[in-house]
Write a protein that binds this ligand. Structure first.
Ligand code: ZN
Ligand code: ZN
Length: 290
């Protein structure tokens, strides 16, 4: 992969958003994300080619963190899978990603992060909250306040399975132990034009991040959607969606708002060109990358 693919920038008024990609998925049949989708379903939507689908109807994706820069502070959203984790999915188990090198290569230091936000607490959104230092899981961003949504924390503990327990133990609990955690409500105003909005269904307390500056609007999706195919097929359930019907309603509502506001939508799991505008098309929408 060319180095330029490791990061991507967008501007929303005075806010600058930079993507730092941890991992990219190879072209794959859509079933790995969407159990009800076939290659033929993807091929119906030709605008997905070449950025998000190939001519055979295979799709791509990524795991990326987003860095939001304002004059007075730096916010990191959804810091990926992390290294050395015991995880259920082989792609995430005991990995040695060069994410922190990429983070440094994009001009960022761990000490420069003021706030860490999480759209939800799945393993691929909290990983770099901590790293292993001399055998102890230690907060990666020592000067940051780490923000957790109360509903999501409660849902995470209620739906306790071995994977969630491990995420709690190695990525979340050390941050609380270090006194760096803030628990907020799902509509929390982060200040400076940045706010959380509930977008539940994928998980119980899932939120998305709205960015507003000088009349411009941006939206960081989190996992209310996973791939631009879902603009055209908003009813398509993703394999990890917890409450499928709630997730469908949320997806339609959030996409519709982004379209009406002409927002720059940044898809957390979209591949390289992950920011763009949404326009109505047929029964759904289409995505035009910026
Ligand atoms: Zn998720
Ligand atoms: Zn995810």
């Amino acid at each position: 992969m060319d180095r330029s693919e490791y990061s991507n920038h967008w501007r929303i008024g005075d806010i600058v958003v930079t993507s730092v990609v941890e991992q990219s998925f190879d072209w794959s049949a859509p079933g790995f994300l969407f159990p009800d989708a076939t290659n033929e379903v993807v091929q119906r939507h030709r605008w997905l080619v070449p950025d998000y689908a190939d001519s055979e109807g295979n799709i791509n994706g990524s795991v990326q963190a987003l860095v939001i820069d304002q004059a007075e502070r730096r916010i990191l959203v959804d810091p990926c899978v992390g290294n050395g984790r015991s995880r259920f999915l082989p792609n995430w188990h005991m990995q040695e990603f060069d994410f922190m090198d990429r983070f440094a290569g994009a001009g960022f230091t761990p000490e420069s992060v003021d706030i860490v936000l999480h759209t939800h607490l799945h393993a691929d959104h909290v990983g770099w909250d901590t790293y292993l230092q001399d055998g102890v899981w230690t907060p990666t961003f020592p000067a940051a306040r780490y923000v957790y949504v109360r509903d999501e924390l409660e849902w995470h503990k209620e739906s306790w399975d071995p994977d969630r327990r491990e995420v709690w133990q190695d990525a979340i609990s050390p941050v609380f132990d270090a006194g760096l955690a803030d628990v907020v409500e799902c509509d929390h105003d982060v200040g400076g034009g940045i706010s959380l909005a509930p977008s539940p269904g994928h998980t119980g307390g899932h939120v998305s991040v709205w960015l507003r500056s000088h009349g411009q609007v941006g939206l960081v999706t989190g996992d209310f959607m996973h791939h631009p195919l879902q603009f055209a097929e908003p009813g398509l359930r993703e394999i990890a969606d917890d409450n499928v019907e709630l997730a469908r309603g949320t997806r339609r509502s959030m996409i519709s708002q982004a379209s009406q506001l002409h927002a720059l939508l940044i898809g957390t799991h979209f591949a390289f060109r992950s920011g763009g505008r949404v326009v109505p098309s047929g029964e759904g929408w289409q995505f035009n990358p910026d």
